[in-house]
Ligand binder design. Structure first.
Ligand SMILES: CC(C)(COP(=O)(O)OP(=O)(O)OC[C@H]1O[C@@H](n2cnc3c(N)ncnc32)[C@H](O)[C@@H]1OP(=O)(O)O)[C@@H](O)C(=O)NCCC(=O)NCCS
Length: 376
């Protein structure tokens, strides 16, 4: 069998969750266009859609939201654990470690039991924002803020992060971004979740491994790198000069390119609009103008190769406008994508098969063992 480097284009599962046409820029969750979901649905409704396969009716939506609100709080020992972690460490490592540790408090060792899967799914969805906000405050020497039951998922997160109830437009901007990040087919972190899940490991271990996979700069870590880069320019002209020089030396520019999309990522289109709206609202245009200029130059140079702005590019500008610290960007991504990971985990383990591929071998064979004294 021929080896396909990076499993490029190799199907790893038959799934009913997400449809992507990378040549046309189409993304659908359970058959619904992501643009319509971002315009009309909340993150909670989107998570329900992913998990259950249909949009909730009023009662289903209410029950699901109530369940999530009920499970937002963290055990005090998890908060203590966060307090013991180095404040300069990356928050993705803290969130991954605390998520794995949650498995010790909620043993759910029978992944094939739908009820145990449901409990773990709700807990993970509900608690991840509390974990992220708690670590962000603890590392600055502040006490974590308890969640508020009267706030939605996005507004509650911003409240726990900043100790201020956000205004409706700000909370909705985060909500839209959470909808846009919720699911994306067989990406690296989802594949990691399915692989870990296929061993019937604990769901907390499944999500912890997915968080670690997401953290890398070629995946969710790109959102952080992209904003650091944008902030370093100071003006659109400097962004243009930098890009022209670095593209000549074939440097990889974070926030551009995608394994699947060969046109502009549909989520980038929506996030650009969101970034533009927020920029107008806050009246600070600098960063957005720099981003638009950088996109123009990169597209001129790399559009022919199918490299365009991806989901991480304008999302950084959105999170910057929302006042989210830059190293939390991938954590906020994880707070959303956990819905997709959990949906894939549920789909996989409900008809479980261990994922265990093979490899080709190009190393040496049948060598004679050499005693230590004879080795060079
Ligand atoms: C995401 C990514 C890993 C996809 O990689 P891939 O599918 O393996 O695509 P390739 O590396 O084969 O890219 C095709 C060509 O475009 C170039 N390219 C791809 N992304 C690029 C980028 N961000 N900056 C500059 N050049 C890029 C590659 O160097 C390659 O050029 P070549 O054909 O001359 O060798 C890659 O685009 C990347 O590293 N992007 C930056 C990180 C990022 O934003 N990740 C988040 C993705 S949502």
């Amino acid at each position: 069998m021929e080896l396909v480097q990076g499993l490029h284009g190799v199907p790893a599962a038959d799934s009913k969750i997400c449809y992507i046409d990378g040549n046309k820029g189409v993304l659908e969750y359970r058959g619904y266009d992501v643009t319509a979901l971002a315009e009309h649905s909340t993150f909670e409704e989107t998570a329900f859609l992913l998990l259950k396969g249909h949009l909730p009716n009023t009662l289903e939506r209410q029950r699901f939201e109530d369940e999530l609100r009920h499970h937002r709080r963290l055990k005090f020992k998890i908060v203590d654990l966060l307090k013991l972690l180095p404040e300069n460490g990356h928050p993705m490592d803290a969130v991954s470690a605390a998520t794995a540790a949650m498995g010790m408090f909620y043993p759910a060792y029978n992944s094939e039991d739908p009820e145990q899967r449901h409990q773990a799914t709700i807990r993970l969805l509900a608690k991840l924002p509390t974990l992220v906000a708690a670590f962000s405050r603890i590392r600055r020497g502040d006490e974590p803020i308890a969640p508020r039951d009267d706030l939605g998922h996005a507004a509650n997160f911003l409240y726990m992060l900043t100790d201020k109830v956000p205004d409706k437009a700000i909370a909705r901007a985060l909500d839209v971004s959470l909808v846009l990040h919720a699911e994306h087919g067989m990406n690296a972190s989802t594949f990691a979740a399915r692989i870990t899940g296929s061993t019937l490991a604990s769901p907390y271990g499944v999500i912890s491994s997915a968080i670690s996979a997401l953290a890398g700069p070629l995946h969710g870590g790109a959102s952080e790198q992209s904003l650091v880069l944008l902030r370093s320019f100071g003006s659109p002209d400097r962004a243009r000069m930098w890009a022209e020089e670095n593209l000549r030396s074939q440097q990889i520019i974070p926030g551009f390119g995608h394994r699947v999309y060969k046109v502009k990522d549909p989520r980038a289109v929506m996030l650009q609009k969101l970034a533009s709206d927020l920029t107008e609202k806050t009246g600070k245009g600098g960063l957005f103008d720099v981003a638009v200029e950088l996109e123009k130059v990169v597209t001129q140079h790399l559009g022919g190769k199918g490299v365009f702005a991806n989901v991480d590019f304008y999302n950084g500008v959105v999170y910057d406008r929302l006042g989210i610290p830059v190293d939390l960007f991938p954590c906020v991504f994880a707070m959303s994508r956990v819905s997709g990971w959990l949906t894939h985990w549920n789909e996989h383990v409900s008809k479980n098969i261990l994922i265990r591929p093979t490899q080709t071998y190009s190393g040496e064979r049948e060598k004679k063992w050499i005693p230590l004294s004879d080795r060079a």
